[in-house]
Design a protein around this ligand. Sequence first.
Ligand code: ZN
Length: 473
Amino acid sequence: MTDPTATAAFVGAFWDEHIVPTITDYIRIPNKSPAYDANWEANGHMEAALQLALAWLRAHPVAGMQVEVGRLPGRTPLILLDVPAVGGVEGTVLMYGHLDKQPEMTGWREDLGPWKPKYEDGKLYGRGGADDGYALFASVCSLLALAEQGVARSRIVVMIEFCEESGSPDLPAYVDHFKDVIGTPDLVVCLDSGAGNFEQMWSTTSLRGILGGTLDVNVLTQGVHSGDASGVVASSFRIARNLLSRLEDPDTGRILPEALWAEIPEDRRRQAARAGETLGAAVHQRFPWAGEMQPTSEDPTECVLNRTWRPALSITGIDGVPSTSDAGSVLRPHTKLKLSLRLPPTVSGEAAGEVLTALFRDDIPYNAQVIGDFSDVAGGWNAPPLAPWLEQTLDEASITYYGKPCLHMGEGGSIPFMGMLNAKFPDAQFVVTGVLGPNSNAHGPNEFLHVPYAKKLTCCITDVLAGHATRRG
Ligand SMILES: [Zn+2]
């Protein structure tokens, strides 16, 4: 096994000297995921991020490491590291991360910005450092920490994609393309997830699915004087509101169609109760509430289950509506809503899309022209049960480096490819974890990478790789 003192010393120094400066440079590169930068190829930011990673890998090689860059035509690239086993250990660990980013988003603190790194009180601010720029560098750091101590481990494959924030459309093709290199991993380590707090290790046991779509309610072919038409022509907003009440209870937000709900497994309920007990009110206090606004439930465990195992609707965009400062006295011709429906881990996104299509098809008020498109789906994922050796290793590692046990909780967001990887490698164990703790705000303004937390997580992953070599049955 590893010597925790030596691991912590190596990892801490390596992060300070070789990872923080590189992620600082990485934050400066606006390599938005293809869904947010249609001209990504011509703009060259993705290539710049790729070259930064490759230069870093040349400077920090692991013995025997092969670096491959996949460049399938018409697709984003992919970095694949193939690192031979040490000490004749069998098996393969697949480690995953991504080097594409969410778009800028507004609301950044005045002295911060998405492409403007700032390191302050252990937090490295800027887009993409925590989600998920650190993963490649932290993975290599773990391998170097093991090498320094001469600890045996299995073969490691590190896979870094460039289109995760677009839903990983290119990843399946690369998993096929590199199937001989990847082999059949018995452990998958994904470093792109959340943490309930910055005080212990968190393993993600499930992810919600997501169904994206648009609901476009058309009442006129062009806008008209609202004094003239209102009372005769129904408001497209009111009709949209009425239709939405078929999907969710406007008082409670409860999603109404039973087909969009799932039975919550008993072990997940138990883990949610333990997480709720540990986190208490922090489950909801971490959100930037306006005024006296209250959460949907005061019960922390209910909050955990609401955000991980129950469906919920957000309206994330509206077309056909001017800003309040530009709004004239017009009865608008249409209202188009962007719907984002989070789904329980085990509910099929495609089936949910059919439910919504049917829901908004018939008995439309005033026979308004309603166009629904609910085809943008990403499946959820419920992890296979943890093998005893892995559960024990996670717990011991968390106690060693954080002083507290590892907790297990679902995440409310999606990592679209997890279900795909799980389907491809049904016998593999999964460690899905990350540094996206309270207020780290991936996708929003003021995203930060909590460096002290990330260092300890790197130590924990180092121990997981060592444990994988010696403890597996
Ligand atoms: Zn991510």
